[in-house]
Design a protein around this ligand. Sequence first.
Ligand code: F6R
Length: 655
Amino acid sequence: MTGPSTATPSRFEHVPVTVYPTSAEGSRAVAREIAAFIRAPRPGNRPAVLGLATGSTPLSLYAELVRMHREEALSFANVITFNLDEYYPMQPEDPRSYRHFMRVHLFDHIDIPPGNAQVPDGSVPAAALDAHCAEYEKKIQAAGGIGFQILGIGRTGHIGFNEPGSARRSRTRMVNLDSITRRDASEEFGGEENTPRRAITMGVKTILDARRIVLMAWGQHKAEIVRAAAEGPVASQVTASFLQEHDQIQFAVDAAAAGALTRYRTPWLIGALGDQGLEWDPHMVRRAIIWLSQMRRKAVLKLTDDDYNEAGLQDLLRIHGPAYGVNLAGFYQLQHTITGWPGGRDPKRTRPGDAPVRPLRAASAAVFPKRVLVVAPHPDDDVIGMGGTLCRLVEHGHEVHIAYQVSGSNAVSDEALMRALRFAGDAGLASPASAEKLRSMCAAHESAGSLPETPEIAHWKGLVRRQEVLAAARVCGVPSGRLHFLDLPFYHTGPGRRRQLGDEDGAIMRELLGGVRPHLIFAAGDLDDPHGTHRLCLRALHDALAGSSGEPWVRECELWLYRGAWSEWSADEIDLAVPLSPQEVLRRRRAIFCHETQKDMALFLGDDRREFWERSEDRSRRLAETYNALGLAEYEAIEAFKRFSPDEFLRDLPL
Ligand code: F6R
């Protein structure tokens, strides 16, 4: 995609949705519209009234507004702002408050008069809350109403903190937060139990009263909820769907967040592909066939002309029909994704008549053994996402390196660390000086119920996870000398989704790549993790590859993306499918079990309560069933990967 694309009006999207290639471009476009709104002449020089949001979504918008203030003389002197919400209870100076967020990202860098920047006050006593909320509404009215409202969208479909069930007529009030919203926020508060349960929020009606509304959404983890809000029925279960009733609403989304819209997921339902600037290339054919096979519950090779016609795929039949020919084309594509030789086969042991090593590129298939680099954002993503393939690669004799990008210390509970420290103390392994320190830490932990968040504690928590990695690597047969603990500094730069990559992260990644010079890279391509770390880790790899693009090995290198704990590729996205035997599934389970701190009480399980080994097994078994239902062989489990050629990867990583 090269420029923004607005929907051709279709019966599917009930709001205007503009899709930008990247979130940066989308944010710049929204910033330009806001700047024009602020600069527009108003009768009597009345102030421009903005409704503002917090969270990760508007960060690049605020950065752009600050830039425009500095470089393009955009003044906020005659602007009044009202923020959507604030946690309750919450002191305004608390670094986790939305008031603080707004100061750090916007208010402190522009010329808005301090009294003009309104945020609900999370510190008012409970008895005064109703009056405070009514007062907030009055202030909005007195300012002339909100002229331009920006919104993010939560994974529950909330706007502001209007969680599922909020009424269309609701006004500013106190609300209980949904458990998914609290889990998404939990990293900032050091775990779910410390995350506020309540918040003050503008109501749905307060938002709908704004004269212009732009809802922004970036990233694949928002794709399903964007689809529900834009294409689903208007219902209080997805409060963003109420926006369909506003006549000046605009959704601004990036390509990843748009991915579930009908025009991208099943464009043939909208009309002939040619009319949409699309074509029936092999990938589109495969997608349509898998979709049809799953919808009709029939193996691909059993689909008939009637199946195609009745499902609206006449266009495909017309161009590539009859059905059996199309079926075969799709079937072969699927079959060619499967290989038990993810790094290629040893040419010395290849006999005439052996199946070709697909889907590796011919040039790379000839190199044996290969240097393989598995890049894991957290210390357990490698075994959760591709533990079976990892063991296979080692067994085939490849030189397998694993790089762990962040220490994972944030997900180690205080209890887990105290267990390790107490063991060292009880076993007499601590020096007299450290034994004394240990005693006072134990006492402090017992009295306060938690440990302070110091760099030293974070370092020790990281070491606990390092031991787990070493144990898991032994299960997989990877020598400790090929494990690279990168401990990228960005991980410690702030809470949750507000972290940013720095130069040092890039330098560390480039040094790793230059040291290993891999023929194959396997990286975590799931951009759905609740804390956003995977996205930044993939971005760090992307930038490092871009920085090394002059090196000959980069052009030769093949790049595969695996999925971590949060989601699986859909069958039509898969380029490499590695079948696993029942024994390999058990071995992967043993490797995942080594990550003891992430069992049972893991801090960041997300909204799926299954443990990571269960997710990994369910997911890979389900994928094997999916392949089988499509008419391919019946395997115990499959691990799946999507190809990213370096060129494509360097061009448009969907972040
Ligand atoms: C923030 C707010 C919320 C967020 C939503 C998305 O003021 O009201 O509705 O916009 O939770 O959050 P992010 O942008 O962090 O994904």
